[in-house]
Ligand binder design. Structure first.
Ligand code: SF4
Ligand code: SF4
Length: 223
């Protein structure tokens, strides 16, 4: 049984469904996220806070914005966002969004946002609801006892983001990375370095200290 630090009760053994539910419940509890997108020029990062809602029985996350917002234009051009909610624990979600026209979902949105409904009363159709259709995310906790607790998840058919640092077949088991690891999460097993990614700070010291090029730095490729 895992006895190390926990992140919202999650452990390295937690399954994807459990992590998604825990992560989304945490964000719903806060009620909003800071969401980044790419400006219509295709280069400039932009960011804003948006309310998040659960509007169906499947646990999906929904957001909304009016047609006049730059956010709307950005989603027309590149419907990808990245959000973070922080309250001791941090939850990051990267997702592709889809416009929602379903009347029931929109009615539920207004039910939960009477103030917004009042604001848009002259033209409710001006307001666009989106669902975070697919993507990946992470739950991360760093504050307690200098220990890291990190789990990743995916939803809607996407894959979870790969760990940034992994050991490849060049490893000789010399132990230099283990001695230098700031979090003491590298062990040598059967002549090869093994990382515990749940506790890894992704500092890259192992990558920099390995003279055998046996630690890969993996890039995240967006799909
Ligand atoms: S990853 Fe590099 S530094 Fe670490 S044990 Fe293997 S060869 Fe040594
Ligand atoms: S990235 Fe840093 S914390 Fe993670 S295994 Fe390497 S040295 Fe340790």
């Amino acid at each position: 049984m895992y006895n190390g630090p926990k992140c919202l009760g999650l452990t390295p053994d937690s399954g994807n469904d459990e992590i998604i539910k825990t992560a989304f419940d945490f964000v719903f509890g806060i009620g909003y996220m800071s969401f980044a997108s790419t400006a219509a020029d295709g280069k400039t990062p932009t960011c804003r806070g948006l309310e998040v809602h659960r509007l169906d029985d499947c646990g999906n996350m929904y957001i909304g914005a009016s047609h006049g917002k730059h956010f709307y234009d950005e989603m027309e051009k590149n419907p990808r966002i990245c959000g973070v909610a922080i309250d001791t624990v941090a939850v990051r979600i990267s997702a592709r969004v889809r416009k929602v026209c379903d009347g029931k979902i929109r009615a539920r949105y207004w039910e939960l946002n009477r103030g917004t409904e009042k604001m848009y009363r002259k033209d409710l159709s001006n307001f666009q609801v989106y669902v975070l259709e697919r993507g990946d995310g992470e739950v991360f906790h760093v504050y307690e006892d200098d220990a890291i607790a990190r789990v990743r998840f995916s939803f809607g058919g996407d894959a979870a983001r790969p760990w940034t640092y992994t050991v490849n077949s060049n490893c000789t088991g010399c132990g230099v990375c283990a001695a230098n690891c700031m979090m003491n999460v590298i062990g040598i097993e059967e002549g090869r370095a093994v990382m515990d990614h749940y506790g890894c700070n992704e500092c890259g010291i192992c990558y920099e200290s390995c003279s055998c090029k046996a630690v890969d730095k993996n890039e995240f490729v967006c799909c």
